[in-house]
Design a protein around this ligand. Structure first.
Ligand code: FAD
Ligand code: NAD
Length: 470
């Protein structure tokens, strides 16, 4: 096989692309991964999951030290925040992880091209190297498109990444803004709003819908609204931003109530636009090879991730569904295994979603609203962390575990957790849904004491009205 001929060429080195590359190489394919960012890891490692969680951790420590240490008898004196050190740490976390992917590429003999990839034909990809060297034409049996997503713009509000920033700008502010207005009360809005609020910014979230985190379970939404307000995050729900005027002093926003049409203005040092993300396909040459998109610009694929063109596949954010790194990874592995003739199946009913605020939110499976809509009879079990001994020891008692189980079979249909370490606790619920467990299965499983996980057992017992500690 010539140097420039591959079994699989992957365009995009994010969680969908790089994981597919490694799995396909493990299965014996000759694989190339082309990414134009200059470092692998995509949005997630470079400007998404990882830097945001690094900053959430730093800001959590700061707030904890400022507000919680004294009750443990630890006197800190006055605290100072060194934003530059926090950012340097975040950058190092990102750099170490991206280097890790380059190492894994080498270990698995994945050829990594730093450059923009463009489809010239179903079996040919042109690479424009970032270092300005000559274009290369690569030949392949299969192409996987894993080019991810980009920030969705808000008409009339121009992102300059200085005063009006996207998540990328909000991950690199040099100092704590006096005031931050976040447009969009979704996942990014709450996570990055939390980072800067904890460090001292006056944060207002402007959300178009009448709730934060629309789409999540109703009890989660209510609890998170309470928790965010308690933390002094200001919420303007059912409100839209109609204009933004930037000056040397900051940004003036015009707001309009969705219900009454009443208008008001709001001044901010920094505005974060976080109203969703859209598929990224520009410059890929999709038109010239005839790959079809759906109405919203996502690449159309079948259940085996094949586009309408033979030999061209797509996974991750660019095909829509939950825009989550682990969903992209599952799809990448499945695609590699399909190509190798192996069975696989991505169980979309068992993909967890986590919001890394404090308290955290973690959900998997059906919400109460969706069960009602589909007329499915269900039982609810709920257990508050305030009744959990470990949560009391830790001083983290906000939130609950809620389990939705089929009224007839008792099968677990959905689990929603708001609380400390919800993002880790949800793994048990994901397995329950994956293996088709009943609430009774969880209720009869021994959980260590004292542990947060006991709340899952108690919520499962509550499905049958027999929780012990409430
Ligand atoms: P991406 O990660 O977007 O990777 C696509 C890559 O393709 C990019 O590197 C891009 O440069 C490259 N590319 C595009 N076009 C070309 C081309 N023509 N040639 C070469 N390369 C190209 N998800 C979670 O699960 N957990 C989280 O905690 C989380 N936090 C997030 C926080 C933020 C602030 C953001 C913005 C997102 C977060 N996400 C999180 C979502 C997650 O980042 C995405 O779901 C995930 O990165 C999608 O992976 P992907 O492989 O589909 O695409
Ligand atoms: P999102 O869809 O989570 O939230 C966008 C919010 O903006 C929604 O609440 C929506 O109602 C609101 N909105 C839309 N238009 C508006 C307008 N004109 N004015 C005011 N509000 C408006 O999107 P996001 O927070 O931008 O995140 C993008 C994607 O990144 C998500 O799909 C998410 O899955 C992913 N992400 C995941 C994590 C995580 O897993 N922890 C973290 C960050 C991002």
């Amino acid at each position: 096989m010539s140097e420039n001929r591959f079994d699989l060429i992957i365009i995009g080195g994010g969680p969908g692309g790089y994981v597919a590359a490694i799995r396909a190489a493990q299965l014996g394919m000759k694989v190339a991964c082309v990414d134009k960012r200059g470092v692998p890891g995509g949005t997630c490692l470079n400007v998404g999951c990882i830097p945001s969680k690094a900053l959430l951790q730093s800001s959590h420590h700061y707030e904890h030290a400022a507000k919680e240490f004294a009750s443990h008898g630890i006197q800190t004196g006055s605290l100072e925040m060194d934003t530059a050190t926090m950012m340097a740490r975040k950058n190092k976390v990102v750099m170490d992880l991206t280097k890790g992917i380059e190492f894994l590429f080498k270990k698995n003999n994945v050829t990594y091209f730093k450059g923009a990839g463009e489809l010239v034909a179903a079996n040919q990809v042109k690479v424009m190297p970032l270092d300005g060297s000559d274009e290369q034409l690569l030949c392949t049996s299969n192409v996987l498109i894993a080019t991810g997503s980009e920030v969705a713009p808000l008409p009339g509000i121009e992102i300059d990444e200085e005063r009006i920033v996207s998540s990328t700008g909000a991950l690199s502010l040099e100092q704590v803004p006096g005031s931050l207005v976040v447009i969009g009360g979704g996942v990014i809005g709450l996570e990055l709003g939390s980072v800067w609020r904890r460090l001292g910014a006056d944060v207002t979230v402007v959300e178009f819908m009448d709730t934060l985190l629309p789409g999540m379970d109703q009890d989660v939404r209510k609890q998170m609204q309470r928790s965010m307000k308690k933390q002094k995050m200001k919420l303007k729900l059912s409100t839209k931003v109609t204009a933004a005027v930037t000056s040397a002093d900051g940004v003036q926003l015009n707001l309009e109530s969705v219900n009454t049409g009443a208008v008001e203005t709001l001044q901010a040092d920094i505005v974060l636009v976080a109203v969703g993300r859209r598929p990224y396909t520009s410059g890929l040459g999709l038109q010239q090879v005839g790959v079809a998109l759906d109405k919203r610009g996502f690449i159309d694929v079948d259940e085996r991730f094949k586009t309408n063109v033979d030999g061209i596949y797509a996974v991750g954010d660019v095909i829509g569904g939950a825009m989550l790194a682990h969903k992209a990874e599952e799809e990448g592995v499945a695609l590699a295994e399909y190509l190798a003739g192996k069975p696989n199946h991505v169980n979309y009913a068992a993909i967890p979603g986590i919001v890394y605020t404090w308290p955290e939110v973690a959900s998997v499976g059906r919400t109460e609203d969706s069960l009602k809509q589909d007329g499915i009879a269900y039982n609810v079990g709920k257990f508050p962390f305030s009744a959990n001994a470990r949560a009391r020891c830790n001083g983290d008692t906000e939130g609950f575990v809620k389990i939705l189980a089929d009224a007839v079979s008792d099968r677990v249909l959905g689990v929603h957790i708001v609380g400390p370490h919800a993002g880790d606790l949800i793994a048990e619920a994901v397995i329950a849904i994956e293996v088709g467990a009943s609430a009774e299965d969880i209720a009869r499983t021994c959980h260590a004491h004292p542990s947060m996980a006991e709340s899952l057992k108690e919520a499962a017992m509550d499905v049958d009205g027999r929780a012990i500690h409430i």
